[in-house]
Write a protein that binds this ligand. Sequence first.
Ligand SMILES: CC(C)(COP(=O)(O)OP(=O)(O)OC[C@H]1O[C@@H](n2cnc3c(N)ncnc32)[C@H](O)[C@@H]1OP(=O)(O)O)[C@@H](O)C(=O)NCCC(=O)NCCS
Length: 363
Amino acid sequence: MTVGGVTTENIISKKMAARERTMADTDARNGWTIRPGRDSDGPGIIALIWACWSTYPGIKMDVDGEMPELRTLSTYYAGLGGRLWVAETGGQVSGMIAVHPREPPAWEISHVYVHPSLHGSGLGHALLGAAERYAQAAGAERFVLWSDTRFDRAHRFYEKRSYVRHGSIRVLNDISNSLEYGYAKPVDGVECLDIASAGSAVPRLAEIMIACVDDGASVGFLAPLGADKARAFWRQAATDVGAGKRAIVAAWHDGVLLGTGTLDLAMPDNQRHRAEVQKLLVHPGGRRLGLGRQIMRALEDVAIKNGRSLLTLDTRAGDPGEALYRAEHWQEAGRIPDFARAADGTSHEAIVFWKMLGFTNRR
Ligand SMILES: CC(C)(COP(=O)(O)OP(=O)(O)OC[C@H]1O[C@@H](n2cnc3c(N)ncnc32)[C@H](O)[C@@H]1OP(=O)(O)O)[C@@H](O)C(=O)NCCC(=O)NCCS
């Protein structure tokens, strides 16, 4: 797939894109085939779910008491206007996923299970990719899902697939005393992250930052930027969101989290009307799709909601950021020579920009 002249390999990762392409129906190397689910899959589905649940302590299964729909799951999802798929390996149900419409334009992903013997094989990516594509073709503009708070491996998987935590924890009152995290992502769009969603986005935001720094961006770090350092930055940023000191905006394109920008709200007492734009980052594989502009506009909206009337920022002269800020009607305050230095010691001039909110016709 190509997005704006850029291959998906650049956007997600070569490995994941290879999995996406082969997700058709069969993976000969790992021996699985994905096909529409049938009601006759009931026993295989129940065995698969138990194989997954039994790897976590404290989880119990009472099919007839709590989940009778598992016996005819295909009919159940058809009744919701959705669809069920299973993966088969050697005649056994080895994976499954379902999707169905919720409040428009959201669709819910559910019953995501891959047999533990196939973890890491790419089957989860193949199943989720199939479900997301099906729902998008049917009009989905947003995906939501619920995941047991104990399923930490699943959380890492959803976060890798650009989902972020959403809303409060759900209490099921079942025999396993289940609590569930909500996850969500828009197909395309920009959203402001709260402390939980920012925390869950840390790995992806760190990946974006590392890719930008490796690509030569001047955003406070020198290449090569290690994952630990990048994650530590975003963990602190998420903590700052919780304390009301920072706002983080994230941008998705085609279901992939590709860009971010932050607002430093922790200003001195006499500048509480001001905020500073920092760490505007769009993954090198997602440039010139309008994400940078969308993020800047979202940051302006967040600033206004926080009672700020003046935004400031600095950028390396001649960078794409300069063109973006001028296109968005920011004013140049001046230039500072030798403001930042690259890893090779090269010195760079910075331009300081400002924008008064509420007085410019930006759209
Ligand atoms: C700056 C950055 C965020 C722009 O993101 P982007 O998603 O590519 O920007 P957009 O697609 O929204 O571009 C909006 C407008 O900005 C201008 N612009 C953006 N990149 C440009 C470039 N490379 N050359 C010229 N103009 C550019 C154009 O006017 C563009 O509108 P157009 O595409 O209709 O012509 C991105 O290049 C980036 O992440 N750079 C590395 C990090 C960085 O330097 N951040 C800024 C720190 S201050």
